[in-house]
Write a protein that binds this ligand. Structure first.
Ligand code: PXL
Length: 277
């Protein structure tokens, strides 16, 4: 039996909920064979309120990992936390050389609870080296505003305008994760394929244990593309997967509660509704 191969170019979340750990768990749940190219190691200090340490790997080490993985014939690639401009350029150029269409860009700029953009200049590098290669880009509200060079969208109309801008920058499809943050009675994401805007809505949960939700959503899209779904179907199925994961999020310690990556396959998918807007 051969498996579809999925590669994540991302950081290690030592606590296991986000980053490559989320990606590999999610790939596994989708029956794809996960591979990794590590960009950065993130640690958490239990003696200092779980504050994050961020340790970047050299770009040539990243380059060598991507070369290894691509040589095996990858079906879909996802990018996550890319900590420096050089790392972003290295990833973007390698993706371009691969000629792969199934490219999911999760433009990670902050970890939950830490509110700095990772590094000045990384947003410009993402726009230059990653967006033009994206089959789909998966920003949250803050990241969407940063990529579009506008303020953070707060309404569905503002999300539509920002999605159009990001599409013009070269991403073939855009899904903006409104999640629970929008002033709406459901958890809303907006999908745009260059023609049509579709709202994806799930019931809001009052569970605050959602660490790793963004990585898990993008990894599920990546696996779904590798498994042959079209982009919209891949996004819809990923939303069902991540909603189940969030609904079953759990407390790891006093600081962090990860999603349960395997929840959909154990407890069933969550209901999602779609509406064109
Ligand atoms: O959730 C964003 C994220 C992505 N990647 C890594 C992280 C985090 C947040 O903690 O550690 C490696």
């Amino acid at each position: 039996m051969t498996l579809k191969k999925t590669l994540t170019i991302a950081g290690s979340d030592t606590s296991g909920g986000a980053g490559i750990q989320a990606d590999l768990k999610t790939f596994q749940e989708h029956g794809t064979y996960g591979m990794t190219a590590l960009t950065v190691v993130v640690t958490m200090d239990p003696d200092n309120h779980w504050s994050h340490g961020v340790y970047s790997l050299p770009a040539d080490v990243l380059q060598a990992q991507i070369k290894t993985a691509l040589s095996t014939g990858i079906d879909a690639i996802k990018t996550g936390m890319l900590s420096t401009e050089e790392i972003i350029r290295t990833a973007g150029n390698a993706i371009a050389e691969s000629g792969l269409k199934n490219v999911v860009i999760d433009p990670v700029m902050v970890c939950k609870g830490e509110d700095e953009v990772l590094n000045p200049g990384t947003v410009d590098a993402m726009v230059e080296f990653l967006l033009p290669k994206a089959e789909i880009v998966t920003p949250n509200l803050f990241e969407a505003g940063q990529l579009a060079g506008t303020k953070t969208p707060k309404t569905i109309e503002e999300m539509k305008a920002v999605a159009e801008k990001i599409h013009q920058l070269g991403a073939r499809n855009v899904v903006i994760k409104g999640g629970k943050q929008l002033d709406h009675d459901q958890a809303i994401d907006l999908f745009y394929d260059g023609n049509t805007f579709t709202l994806l809505a799930a019931e809001k949960t009052d569970n605050h244990y959602n660490h790793g939700a963004g990585c898990t959503f993008a990894a599920a899209i990546t696996a779904n593309l590798a498994n042959g779904l079209d982009v919209k179907e891949a996004v819809l199925e990923a939303k069902k997967f991540v909603t189940a994961a969030i609904t079953n999020g759990w407390k790891l310690n006093d600081y962090v509660g990860p999603v349960m990556h395997g929840a959909k396959n154990r407890f069933g998918a969550s209901e999602i509704s779609t509406t064109e807007v």
